[in-house]
Design a protein. Structure first.
Length: 237
């Protein structure tokens, strides 16, 4: 009994603040449609400097077409023009395919570009993957309670930025769901769930010891199960 009480109060202390947070956000999530919020949207535009724009040029990823050797004797000169054109066409198609494959991919923005965007836009740009295509680069940055995105035109260097903040209630709701909260918060949710399980299981065992002198213990525990079970069976279709 002493060990159960010790595990019970330690687990309850560990999950107390989390339980308060999840209980409060359970109410706000249940009435999300009734809670009005006005998102704050910030839009910014910028222009890449020439040195950074040069690294974004889509043509820079295009392989150089194969060239015929200027050297050769009478035997090499006897090749027909049709054969030469056929060889060039044969090598050009795979080169174009490789170019498109190199341009359409996902990878982090280069460090100099991230630093420039962070300074210019006033928003931390991390090393998450961006979507690279021939014409533009698109970086999505969702977070709890809001999201942001950056679009960069690879030809003109135009930069568009939008940041949306949906308020602290949306922030707490997203933390409740673990939405866009990162790996550290995901680990916290798992540890919090383990603490809640310990709290509940040790509480149940303590109830078992006290049930001998408290006749209403198990009827109340059974009622805690019966009410949600009946609601699920009778009112959920």
């Amino acid at each position: 009994m002493k060990t159960l009480h010790q595990w019970h109060w330690i687990s309850s202390a560990l999950c107390l603040i989390g339980m308060l947070l999840f209980a409060a956000t359970g109410i706000t999530l249940n009435h999300a449609s009734s809670i009005e919020s006005t998102p704050t949207v910030v839009n910014r535009q910028a222009q890449l400097p020439p040195e950074l724009l040069a690294t974004m040029d889509p043509e820079s990823a295009t392989p150089t077409p194969a060239r015929t050797s200027p050297q050769g004797g009478a035997a090499s000169g006897s090749l027909s023009a049709a054969a030469t054109e056929g060889a060039t066409a044969t090598t050009a198609v795979p080169a174009a395919s490789r170019s498109r494959a190199a341009q359409d991919h996902k990878s982090a923005l280069p460090a100099p570009l991230r630093e420039w965007l962070t300074t210019t836009l006033g928003r931390k740009i991390d090393d998450r993957d961006a979507e690279w295509s021939r014409d533009e680069i698109y970086l999505s940055m969702p977070r709890p309670g809001g999201d942001a995105w950056v679009r960069i035109d690879r030809t003109t260097g135009e930069v568009e930025f939008e940041d949306t903040d949906r308020g602290w209630i949306s922030y707490l709701n997203d933390l409740h769901k673990g939405r866009h909260a990162g790996a550290a918060w995901s680990w916290f949710l798992d540890l919090f769930a383990v603490a809640c399980l310990l709290f509940s299981i040790t509480g149940l065992l303590i109830l078992k010891f006290h049930a001998v002198s408290r006749a209403t213990t198990w009827p109340i525990v059974g009622l805690g199960f019966l009410i949600p079970a009946l609601l699920a069976l009778l009112f959920m279709h």
